[in-house]
Design a protein around this ligand. Structure first.
Ligand SMILES: Nc1ncnc2c1ncn2[C@@H]1O[C@H](COP(=O)(O)OP(=O)(O)OP(=O)(O)O)[C@@H](O)[C@H]1O
Ligand SMILES: [Mg+2]
Ligand SMILES: [Zn+2]
Length: 282
């Protein structure tokens, strides 16, 4: 499998593999094991924190053919689980609201929802980037959320919950996904490196974690890119040059100038760094 797709290869297949998001895991796994499933959920939070991952896990668990009462983990072996893992389950419908945002798209959904699940117990609709839906589309969706068929489950995912109309908000259970800590990201990357036989030092891992702003997808992608371009041990300077970020020594020099209030020198210094082709934001 290509290195670039680390983030897909290492997508959690069970709830216990999900990092952080403790409250969400706790409440929703309880809901699964006690069979108290709601019809509509909203997953909010920054990029790459596990929303889509969790939506698929949830769908897999509630449709798992081998899961016993009182349990919540999907078996990952039955046909229903396998279909979801392979991305070809007919009863898990993922809709990207960024490109299907209009009233017609929601009308199609409302037509389709009349048909019961093909083989599983539940028909799960995941609407990604839900905040992109148009006003009319939201209104049409609202009607469905008011009276969904008993087998239908909606999971709306969004990075911008403030753009979701209150009428929708009042009909969904909301869960907030948090950014991952630097340490969480470092330990995840370090596990992946071991599994992939990659040599990478701790400083390099920390810079990857810092630059990914709490999202694991970007961190895993970056590690994948580095694995392709570098043979042998991956070092801090490999990460710096990929990111276009300056090294810590340079940052120290700049901070020293600020502390000693050498304004002109500080401006000159930052100009040089900028002209050196570095990304100042990084
Ligand atoms: N909480 C997490 N625990 C474990 N892995 C995670 C977590 N969050 C993200 N990942 C990793 O990052 C990848 C992308 O995560 P996912 O697609 O779930 O993000 P998302 O929240 O849906 O992001 P977006 O808003 O960009 O759609 C996963 O395949 C997995 O490898
Ligand atoms: Mg997603
Ligand atoms: Zn199963």
């Amino acid at each position: 499998m290509s290195q670039l797709v680390f983030y897909r290869k290492y997508r959690p297949k069970s709830f216990k593999e999900v990092i952080n998001q403790k409250i969400t895991v706790k409440i929703l796994t309880n809901a699964i094991s006690s069979n108290q499933i709601s019809h509509a959920y909203l997953f909010c939070g920054p990029r790459g924190t596990g929303k889509t991952t969790f939506a698929r896990l949830f769908a897999k668990a509630i449709n798992c053919e081998k899961r016993k009462e009182g349990e919540f983990e999907p078996c990952n072996k039955c046909e229903s689980c396998e279909e979801i893992n392979k991305g070809r389950a007919l009863d898990l419908l993922e809709i990207d609201a960024a490109s299907n945002r209009g009233i017609d798209d929601i009308r199609d959904l409302r037509e389709g929802i009349k048909f019961s699940p093909v083989r599983a117990k539940y028909k799960v609709y995941v609407i990604d980037e839900a905040h992109q839906l148009t006003k009319d589309a939201f209104n049409a969706l609202l009607k469905t959320l008011e009276e969904p068929p008993s087998y239908a489950i909606f999971i709306l995912a969004t990075t911008e919950p403030e753009k979701i109309p209150t009428t929708i908000l009042s009909r969904v259970q909301r869960y907030d996904f948090r950014r991952l800590s630097i340490n969480d990201i470092v330990s995840r990357l370090s596990n992946i490196s071991k599994l992939e036989n990659l040599k990478i030092n701790d400083e390099a891992l920390r810079l990857i974690a810092l630059s990914s702003e709490g999202g694991l997808r970007d961190a895993e992608s970056l590690l994948g890119q580095l694995a392709i371009i570098k043979e042998g041990e991956i070092t801090l300077s490999d990460v710096e040059s990929l990111l276009g970020s300056v090294n810590f020594k340079t940052i120290n020099q700049f901070i020293d100038l600020l502390i000693s209030k050498q304004k002109i020198e500080a401006l000159r210094f930052i100009t040089e760094v900028n002209e050196g082709g570095y990304d100042l934001k990084q």
